[in-house]
Write a protein that binds this ligand. Structure first.
Ligand SMILES: NC(=O)c1ccc[n+]([C@@H]2O[C@H](COP(=O)([O-])OP(=O)(O)OC[C@H]3O[C@@H](n4cnc5c(N)ncnc54)[C@H](O)[C@@H]3O)[C@@H](O)[C@H]2O)c1
Length: 384
């Protein structure tokens, strides 16, 4: 099996998730390639120490990302840093000829995303993708299979979103994800939006216009130093989008709910597609449960409840009767990245990581959504 030597820039929450997925690569039954983490970079020494102590293949540990990018041993990088750094670091990695898995939102705003996409176009030999893992839940793969086969008929409505409640507690101290200078004007849209838009983008659905209602619910938080700090990022966003299905040419409403303050929700991704011939839905609150309704005129309109087992896109050693979870989805996403790197194409259209063009679509929507909130108006979403 081919080995791809990786550097990680940003050794926080997500950097560690990649290290964990890579460490149990034997879990995958027939992976196209295996990642080997040979270099790490973080401005915080304590964050690097976690890797130095636990990942024996790490041979370079640096505070300056330029040193890691200058390392000829590094073939690919995973960059998981705060949003204000995406533009500079992603562009530098691409210019250095490193294959890149970047994190969402892939630039703090649309100009940053435009700059990253220009770097991608200037270096066609470098593979660049954006992280998004929920599509790899087996039940979501089933739902995506129905989209790919046109099983829904004319789409009546699609509802998707990502909601949690980690910000419900007003006493939670502020961190970079709640500060506009590091997280961006998008706030929750940039933080959670790409997850919810992965499948709509991959399905080829065209978002024509948007009416967004954004909420700033907790306006200041403890600053962690005994004082208070303003919290100016949007906490919650609800987007109603007129969307077109190119398969039928017909429009349908798409709702996208992105919420950091959703009482009762711990970490809920969901997608529901309602169509004239079939409907289906999935939510990570009950990750094995896949619900579908196949409609035949005159027949009963009955929702079937199917427990989907461990049946991921990339085969593993785990038996099909067992349960699948978040860390499995992360590993599947990495298997998809490496599959595409080795084979030049995803294993199937929905078993692929988010492309740079798909991130650009999300930025066009988020930028229009901010203007929609400001103007209390329905605004067009540019297609390019
Ligand atoms: N795919 C997902 O499910 C998911 C989940 C959470 C976060 N994210 C995304 O991942 C990215 C990182 O988020 P996180 O939760 O891992 O954040 P984090 O705060 O846990 O980690 C970020 C790391 O970047 C380091 N850093 C800051 N400036 C740096 C610099 N100049 N050079 C090198 N390192 C630097 C910090 O010291 C920190 O260790 C963000 O884009 C975020 O939106 C994705």
């Amino acid at each position: 099996m081919k080995t791809v030597r990786f550097g990680i820039i940003g050794c926080g929450l997500m950097g560690r998730e990649f290290a964990s997925a890579a460490a149990r690569w034997i879990h995958l039954a027939d992976a196209a390639a295996r990642p080997e983490i040979v270099a790490v970079c973080d401005s915080a020494p304590a964050a690097r120490a976690w890797f130095e102590e636990r990942v024996p293949t790490v041979r370079q540990s640096v505070a300056d990302y330029r040193e890691l990018l200058a390392n000829p041993e590094v073939e690919a990088v995973y960059i998981a840093v705060p949003h204000h750094l995406h533009r500079e670091l992603y562009c530098a990695a691409i210019a250095a000829g490193k294959h890149l898995m970047g994190e969402k939102p892939f630039g703090i705003d649309r100009p940053a995303n435009d700059a990253i996409l220009a770097a991608v176009r200037a270096h066609p030999g470098v593979m660049v993708r954006c992280s998004s893992e929920s599509v790899f839940y087996p039940a979501m793969q089933r739902l995506c299979g129905l989209i790919a086969s046109g099983a829904f008929g004319r789409i009546i409505e699609v509802n998707t979103g990502f909601m949690h409640s980690s910000d419900l507690d007003p006493a939670k101290p502020i961190n970079w994800k709640r500060m506009i200078e590091f997280n961006g004007e998008y706030g929750v849209l940039g933080d959670l939006g790409m997850h919810a838009l992965h499948v709509p983008c991959r399905a080829g659905w065209l978002i024509r216009n948007v009416r967004a209602i954004l909420s700033d619910i907790v306006k200041e938080r403890p600053d962690g130093k005994g004082g208070r700090a303003p919290c100016r990022t949007w906490d919650n966003g609800t987007l109603l989008c007129e969307t077109q299905d190119p398969r039928t040419g017909e429009p349908f409403p798409l709702t996208v709910k992105l919420q950091r303050i959703a009482p009762g929700q711990r970490n809920t991704w969901y997608t529901e597609v309602l169509g004239t011939q079939a409907s289906a839905r999935w939510s990570s609150t009950n990750p094995c449960l896949f619900e579908q309704l196949r409609y035949t005129p005159g027949g009963a309109q009955a929702w079937e409840q199917i427990q989907v087992g461990y049946e991921p896109a990339f085969k593993t050693i785990t038996g099909g009767i067992f349960e699948f979870g978040f860390t499995d989805a992360i590993q599947q996403m990495w298997a998809a990245f490496l599959h595409e790197l080795v084979h030049g194409a995803p294993a199937s259209s929905f078993a692929g990581c988010v492309t740079p063009d798909e991130t650009a679509k999300s930025h066009r929507l988020f930028t229009a959504a901010l203007a929609s909130q400001r103007d209390t108006a329905t605004l067009p979403v540019p297609t390019a």
